[in-house]
Design a protein around this ligand. Structure first.
Ligand SMILES: Cc1ncc(COP(=O)(O)O)c(C=O)c1O
Length: 437
């Protein structure tokens, strides 16, 4: 056994000091804290693949619009809770340009990140109809969304889509929906953590069943247009970002500024509620709030109670980024394509050293290269692999925290620096030789 880059005893000591019952279930923040502490203690650089933070510069067109808005003095007044007309109009236009869906500006509502968008959506969906009180996750998924449900005391159910791709999705999804308790179904597409992309056929199945069982689909497009296998960056030209909105009227889209525009710090996203859902009345909402439609309750009751709107300047930044993208002046897809290039190189280094890609196919097509990918090592559980890689100065999170039933890790490409490819190669070579002894 050759000496690992991070001393075994030091790593053990630091991990133990966090008093975790199972390191394999450590949260992203805990992995960050442990790896950063080890980095300081040992003076050895870590290859950080645990955090899903954008690693690129914020889109300049947004920054400029935001500065201008502040200089024009908007900071002193409360923002309109419905959203600034500019961002509502540009959001609807952006959705037409890049998804090819018609939606009224009225239903495009700015929120303080899609974190708030999903929180408000879960809350409202769960109040519409008595007995429909559970949120269904098509997993693997973004762990914080389950945390949101725990905070609000809602029920959730989930299944790992790994075994249920294509037409198989219909049976499993229907088995949950037919019970009648599912208020909403949520998934992200492209998927965090697996980077699978649901196909048009799968989205059609979800849409058809949502209509049949009167369930709302919350489609989380945090990684908008990042299926880099297709040229999705040309406004008003096919191919478009795939969406369930083509197959049902029961939808809410979450379109975040965080990853597509590297604008995570300003906490800005759009919740886009379909025209039909926006204007629909539900008994549960009427009883609780004395009236209103899904859209008006979402904005004037729920968002009002949560944050009383979203900062003006971030809204105007998003409006400017949407506009520039729809006008064909800002090729946001090319900017984020960097993540795909990194994933391609990183996946090769891992697979050259005995690792496998866990979620590797979208039916008959290899998955895209993008923000995340998933890895496994033969004979090792996800938790064990996560701990082992710490000794090699590589940090990632276990898939078990994401609702996945597969053994493996999620690796994120966003923090990788150019010199780290060689470092990763060297460390994984050592890992491989130590594990084949
Ligand atoms: C699937 C998914 N949804 C939502 C978010 C959060 O987005 P926002 O920054 O807009 O709140 C993330 C961020 O990592 C994500 O991965």
């Amino acid at each position: 056994m050759n000496q690992t880059p991070i001393d075994y005893n030091t790593a053990q000591e630091v991990i133990k000091s966090y008093n975790l019952s199972d390191f394999g279930h450590a949260t992203i923040r805990e992995v960050v804290a442990i790896s950063t502490e080890l980095e300081t203690k040992t003076g050895t650089e870590f290859i950080h693949m645990e955090m899903g933070v954008p690693g690129l510069k914020a889109a300049q067109v947004g920054v400029e619009a935001e500065i201008k808005a502040l200089e024009n003095g908007i900071a002193s007044v409360y923002p309109n809770i419905n959203g600034a007309p500019e961002v509502k109009t540009e959001a609807a236009r952006f959705i037409k340009a890049f998804i090819d869906i018609d939606i009224s500006p009225e239903g495009c509502v700015p929120v303080t990140g899609s974190m708030q968008g999903t929180y408000a959506s879960f809350l409202t969906c769960g109040q519409c109809t008595a007995g429909k009180d559970t949120i269904l996750f098509i997993d693997p998924g973004f762990p914080v969304q389950k945390q949101q449900l725990i905070v609000m005391g809602y029920q959730h159910e989930s299944f790992d889509v790994y075994e249920y791709r294509g037409e198989k999705l219909r049976g499993i999804l229907e088995s949950y929906l037919e019970k009648g308790n599912i208020a909403a179904v949520i998934y992200s597409n492209p998927n965090n953590p697996a980077w699978i992309c649901l196909t048009e056929e799968e989205l059609r199945i979800i849409g058809e069943l949502a209509t049949k069982y009167d369930t709302i689909v919350i489609e989380d497009l945090a990684y908008f247009a990042m299926d880099f296998r297709k040229p999705l960056g040309k406004p008003f030209e096919a191919p478009f970002q795939a969406s369930v909105a083509k197959y049902t009227d029961n939808y809410i889209l979450q379109i975040s500024g965080s990853k597509a525009f590297s604008y995570a710090g300003q906490r800005i996203a759009i919740t886009a509620i379909s025209d039909k859902l926006y204007h629909r009345q539900f008994d549960g909402l009427t009883k609780r709030y004395g009236g209103g439609t899904f859209g008006s309750v979402y904005i004037h009751r729920v968002l009002y109670a949560l944050s009383s709107g979203t900062s003006h300047s971030a809204q105007l930044a998003l409006a400017a980024m949407f506009k520039a993208a729809s006008d064909g002046q800002f090729d946001f897809v090319s900017e984020v394509q960097e993540y795909g290039k990194r994933a391609e190189k990183l996946k090769k280094i891992f697979t050259d050293n005995g690792f496998t890609i866990v979620y590797n196919q979208d039916l008959d097509q290899p998955i895209a290269d993008g923000f995340y990918f998933t890895i496994a090592y033969p004979g090792m559980t996800g938790g064990k692999l996560m701990e082992e890689l710490i000794y090699y100065g590589i940090s990632a999170i276990s898939l078990s925290t994401t609702g996945s039933h597969q053994e493996g890790l999620r690796a994120c490409t966003s923090f990788i620096k150019p010199h780290q490819y060689d470092l990763l190669k060297e460390r994984l070579k050592l890992f491989k030789s130590n594990h084949s002894l």
